[in-house]
Design a protein around this ligand. Structure first.
Ligand SMILES: NC(=O)c1ccc[n+]([C@@H]2O[C@H](COP(=O)([O-])OP(=O)(O)OC[C@H]3O[C@@H](n4cnc5c(N)ncnc54)[C@H](OP(=O)(O)O)[C@@H]3O)[C@@H](O)[C@H]2O)c1
Length: 337
């Protein structure tokens, strides 16, 4: 089968190469899937360039964690799926329910990922795609959408109608958070470096947009927009460069869902002020399969369509990495396989 591999020790896009691997066969309780589409997440750039946790990849690795495809064969004992089903592999292989009790392998690093023609995984490592979504749409859910869902709906207090949610930037996690929060009846304030992207976010349901380049002290704008109350949930993808402002912007009884590292992992932030607001801080690690299946029900019931800005062919996967790395997108960048 055709694959892409990140070469051992890769530090740049030069390290992404086309390759061939033997066609996989399903063993007991395994499912063989013809992959149809995959999507990029921020971490995929770090894995390619050796900046992800743990440094450069230590073997030739099939990249990317997002994917969707058709079941073509099942091994003995499989009960969850049958040929013809459209399925999505879970980010962690396999974390079904409850808290994360041990390090779980994730697709795209350290496990081989989704930028390939066929995948074989244990049947427990897939979920059914939500009804009504194309493979291109379904492939975007495994990392960004589930992380947003976990931050909004699972960690701490669930977001409820009338709440206000702050989303940072217009990448995958943030745009899914915008859509899921709106479906839950919440108001969404969003930030971006681009006025054009803010306009698009408004069309997707954001009530207000703040350009964080023009308003580096965006927490003051949030305070103005909420009459000084602050927000009920911050979808904190910014990391150490934004965390202190997130502590300031969260309101009484609110929560900060700590997700991202866009401005870096090192620095200082003081959570002490949360104490005076009965506010909380929650670390988010994507999510488990039960959360994924709950989210898919919400996606189906609310007819949520993932926002895909750009499509690339399998042959042009390197261009997808380039475009995504340059930030020339809103929502998701998808590669058809
Ligand atoms: N903890 C977890 O389980 C988990 C899961 C998924 C992702 N993450 C992390 O979450 C972050 C976002 O991931 P993603 O895949 O959604 O990223 P992405 O799709 O690549 O989106 C990146 C976007 O972030 C925005 N951005 C960059 N710097 C910013 C800043 N200083 N303030 C506000 N927004 C900024 C930009 O939006 P504009 O162009 O609009 O400015 C950019 O387009 C990453 O750090 C990723 O590692 C963590």
């Amino acid at each position: 089968m055709k694959v892409y591999e990140i070469q051992k020790g890769s530090t740049s896009l030069e390290g992404l190469r086309r390759g061939e691997r033997p066609d996989p066969q399903p063993g007991p309780h395994e499912v063989l899937v013809r992959m149809r589409a995959t999507a990029l997440n921020y971490r995929d750039q770090g894995i390619l360039t050796g900046r992800y946790f743990g440094g450069t990849v230590t073997r030739n690795l099939i990249p990317l964690s997002d994917g969707a495809g058709d079941v073509v064969a099942v091994g003995p004992g499989v009960t969850r799926f049958k040929p013809g089903d459209l399925v999505v592999p879970t980010f962690f292989q396999v974390w079904i329910a409850g808290p994360r009790t041990a390090a779980r392998g994730a697709l795209g690093s350290p496990l081989d990922g989704t930028l390939c023609e066929y995948m074989v995984l244990h049947e427990d490592g897939f979920v059914a795609a939500p009804k009504g979504l194309s493979p291109e749409e379904a492939c975007t859910l495994g990392c960004a959408a589930l992380t947003a869902w976990n931050g909004l709906m699972v960690a701490g207090k669930q977001v409820k109608p009338g709440d206000t949610v702050l989303c940072m930037g217009t990448g995958g996690v943030s745009i899914f958070a915008l859509q899921l929060a709106r479906a839950a009846g919440a108001r969404v304030i969003i930030t971006s470096s681009s006025d054009e992207k803010l306009e698009r976010a408004r069309k997707l349901g954001a009530s207000d947009g703040i350009n964080y380049k023009r308003f580096p002290e965006w927490e003051k704008e949030v305070a103005r927009l909420t009459d000084g109350r602050g927000v009920d949930c911050v979808v904190e993808v910014g990391g150490m460069g934004t965390l202190q402002r997130s502590f300031q912007t969260v309101g009484l009884g609110g929560k900060v869902a700590l997700i991202g590292v866009l401005t870096g992992e090192n620095g200082s932030a003081n959570p002490h002020g949360l104490m005076f607001k009965d506010a909380s801080l929650h670390g988010i690690g994507v999510g488990n399969r039960v959360m994924f299946e709950d989210m898919n029900r919400a996606i189906e019931a609310n007819k949520i369509k993932p926002v895909i800005d750009k499509f690339f062919s399998f042959e042009n996967a390197a261009d997808a990495y380039r475009e995504h790395g340059a930030g020339n997108f809103l929502g998701k960048v998808v590669i058809r396989i």
